[in-house]
Design a protein around this ligand. Structure first.
Ligand code: ATR
Length: 277
């Protein structure tokens, strides 16, 4: 019998997750199917109730339902810490958040180990929350910068409350060089397609030569910020690896089989080039 998993969100038409997961199922010889279900906000309950009723093993959850999902499953420690569920297992009605592992696993895959390292996270949305939590758990010394400072402060208060995160400061962009981070992580949407000329790094501050930058944006594959870092002699990584690895983490959770990360990466890359965004 074919097993089913899928993605719920609104909209979901441009998601590359179905391509990535279906390629992975095929590669490891599993008779599984991953489909995308667009659920309008007025019937959000159906996003979580109907797939289970129809025998789905689990779900990925995307915008705007990652918070709503908390009400329909038992969130694990990660989902509680982030305040958002992106992966559900209906076999035990639990929800987790694989963005944290996706990010940290991808750093490690690039030989970046953050314990005792100074890291700046730019942003204060859901992506930044996953980054701060993951980095803090790994023992990094983290500072946050956000356009709206109060949002960064609120994010840290919530992370302290939900996960005991402590010792993370909020700094200003102008102080970024004084803080001398080894790694800078962009968790904002600045530079994302179609606004590809925008950079999260201010044009009037020069990029230090030995910086390592991680940009969670994967469309485009190389952002303006990444170009600036590379032009200064630094090392810059785009966000596709994180996207693939959060998917790989969900894949292993559902199937109990090690995810074919390379296959998923290629499928994600070709889906990105064929989708007209
Ligand atoms: P997500 O959940 O994907 O992280 P989000 O909650 O919409 O998305 O957060 C977007 C992040 O990008 C925020 O940190 C936002 O800054 P504000 O909190 O000040 O809104 C940041 N961002 C978006 N557009 C920006 C811009 N033009 N300049 C600077 N930061 C921007």
């Amino acid at each position: 019998m074919t097993e089913r998993v899928g993605l719920v969100g609104w909209p979901v038409a441009h998601s590359i997750s179905p391509s990535m997961h279906n390629a992975a199922f095929q590669a490891v010889g599993l008779d599984w199917v991953y489909d995308a279900m667009a659920i309008p906000p007025d019937i959000v309950r159906h996003a979580f109730v109907e797939p289970k009723r129809h025998g789905y093993i689990g779900l990925n959850v995307t915008v705007p339902y990652k918070q709503a999902a908390l009400e329909y499953v038992r969130p694990d420690e990660k989902a509680q810490a982030i305040g958002a569920v992106n992966t559900i297992d209906f076999r035990n009605d639990t929800g987790t958040n694989t963005d944290v592992d996706g990010f940290i696993d991808d750093l490690k895959a690039h030989d970046i180990f953050v314990e005792n390292q100074r890291v700046v996270v730019i942003g204060a949305g859901g992506a930044a929350r996953a980054a701060v939590y993951g980095l803090w758990q790994q023992g990094a010394d983290v500072a946050v910068i956000n356009r709206t400072r109060t949002r960064a402060e609120e994010m840290l208060t919530q992370l302290t409350f939900s996960a005991g995160v402590s010792g993370v400061s909020v700094i200003e962009m102008l102080d970024i060089l004084d803080w001398s981070p080894g790694l800078i992580v962009n968790c904002t949407s600045v530079g994302m397609w179609p606004y590809v000329e925008a950079s999260v790094w201010p044009e009037n501050i020069s990029v230090p030569p030995s910086i390592v930058a991680y940009d969670m944006i994967y469309r485009p594959a190389t952002t303006r910020f990444m170009q600036m870092v590379r032009a200064a002699g630094g090392y810059a990584i785009g966000g596709l690896g994180m996207l693939v690895r959060q998917g790989a983490s969900a894949f292993s959770l559902w199937t109990g089989v090690e995810a074919p990360v390379e296959v998923m990466y290629s499928a994600a890359q070709s889906a990105l080039t064929t989708h007209d965004v």
